[in-house]
Design a protein around this ligand. Sequence first.
Ligand code: FE2
Length: 293
Amino acid sequence: MVAIAPLDAALGASVEGVDLATPPSDGLMRALTAALYRHRVLVIKHQKLDQESYLHFGRQWGEPIPHVADHMRLPGYPELMGVGNTEDKDRADSVRLGAALWHTDQSYEKVPASATMLYAIIAPRAGGETGFADTVAAYDALDDETKARIDGYVVSHLYGAGKRRDDEHEPSPLITPRQVGQVPPCKHPLVLRHPVTGHKALYGVGQSAYAIDGLPDDAATRLLWDLKEHCIQPRFRYHHKYEVGDLVIFDTFSTLHAATRIGIADSAGDDNARLNWRISVRGLPGVHRHLAA
Ligand SMILES: [Fe+2]
């Protein structure tokens, strides 16, 4: 019996009673997608998945995106990315802390992610949590004058661009010219209408947003900064601490997210070790694909 209950937070819901090692039915996917679009973040508890079953579940949400930072993909599974702190490649701060800033996955790509999921394989004692901010609620809370002013603004994005807070880390660097060449600057609307719900959200006002068509650079930087600060107020946020088996999925059209910092762990036996498998997808879930333009 599937039980979906709102979290005691500004956004998010927990899901109990599902086993995603068994391919989900259309009925279950309709229940999960409806819950995601309502709550923005789902925490699906107690999963025991291998790469194949996780990827199968990921494909129900859209087309998995092999990450441009291909050195962080899981061997044999280019659509899966290992996000952790135990392997040599993660010993560099730049990689281990590369998501510790407010961002929207693939906002720097022409067709950005529509959803991302993180599946906890190893959960740490401290650090490595994920913060989420509800950018639909943040949009709704703007005054009418601001809504009218920003409606129609077009924002330029580039991997790694944008002004960062003092407590934000720089994103994981792209390490080859080919990677850099794969993500030229692109543009997205500042106020994005959700393709399924029609709700308006402040889109991609974290990392990668750096300019607005028709605005001087300083005015654009200030507006993007102010909107990010507006979105990440505690009243719009949920902070998730992982337990092994948690599969957290979030609607990237209606949230910003940020990792919290984490130290280096020596091995999977270290109680500060962390490993999440990440899948980001673009496009709509199969059960909603008839809505695509
Ligand atoms: Fe992310």
